[in-house]
Design a protein around this ligand. Structure first.
Ligand code: PXP
Length: 252
């Protein structure tokens, strides 16, 4: 197999903030986790500032912008408040996600096709400010095509359903979902979009999607923060990196 090229690994540190907020103090510090992730080989850090501030807070975004050497992928809903925050900080990337207060995590992809005009207007100033705008969407062709049409640079395909089906042992349905993600990444790439993937990935599911040649970046949080309890954050990230490199046939 020909090497596919190195895949970027973005580490989502939201759940370090979840643990901090469970006690209301300052520890564990998400910036410290981000710097450790950087040292372990992360190519970027992702943080989702939710409307309800349930994990990442405004001060975390300030600290990450000031303290990181790798790019920050600022994840947020397409609201005026979040747009103003993004324009103030001008992070490397802005990933737009749907957000519902009652959800435990980001449950589905953004409906770009159904909200194209508003989203096109929403992303224009972010693009002008130099941010790479990414749309977190499902693998449906209509969402991919709408993302290209409104001028997004990147699509991040939602791998949550594939990961859930895998965990539930629904092998046929998981294989069908993986195939749909494969087709979606090829379609997005053909339209000139950079393709990322994320949500719910663990060592096994990450290795499967890492093998898609069009994919350039994986964003992974919950599993690695959990795995850090057992082996430490640095070793957990290094192991993910190793498995991604094997999947791409890249030698470190
Ligand atoms: N990418 C996006 C756009 C997300 O919303 C999330 C979850 O916040 C992730 C990646 C990371 O998902 P997980 O924490 O399940 O690895």
């Amino acid at each position: 197999m020909k090497p596919l090229g190195r895949l970027r690994l973005g580490i989502n540190i939201d759940h370090v903030a979840t643990i901090r907020n469970a006690r209301g103090g300052a520890l564990p510090d998400p910036l410290r986790a981000a710097l450790l992730a950087e040292a372990a080989g992360a190519d970027g850090i992702t943080a989702h500032l939710r409307e309800d501030r349930r994990h990442i807070r405004d001060t975390d975004i300030e600290a990450l912008m000031a303290g990181l050497s790798v790019p920050l992928n600022f994840e947020c809903a397409a609201t005026a408040e979040m747009q103003a925050i993004a324009l103030r900080h001008k992070p490397h990337a802005v990933c737009l996600v749907p957000e519902k207060r009652e959800e435990r995590t980001t449950e589905g992809g953004l409906d770009v096709a159904g909200d194209a005009k508003r989203l096109a207007e929403f992303i224009a100033p972010l693009r002008d400010a130099g941010c790479r705008v990414s749309m977190f969407i499902g693998h449906e062709a209509a969402q991919i095509e709408a993302s290209a049409k409104i001028g997004a640079a990147v699509v991040e395909l939602h791998t949550g359903r594939y990961c859930d089906l895998t965990t539930e042992g629904q092998h046929d349905a998981a294989a069908a979902e993986l195939e749909a993600l494969r087709k979606g990444s090829a379609h997005a790439h053909a339209l000139g979009l950079e393709v990322h993937m994320g949500h719910g990935l663990d060592f096994e599911t990450a290795a499967e999607v890492a093998a898609f040649p069009e994919v350039m970046e994986l964003n992974i949080g919950h599993f690695l923060i959990g795995e850090a309890v057992f082996r430490g954050l640095g070793p957990a990230i290094e192991e993910m990196r190793r498995r991604m490199d094997i999947a791409r046939n890249v030698t470190a």
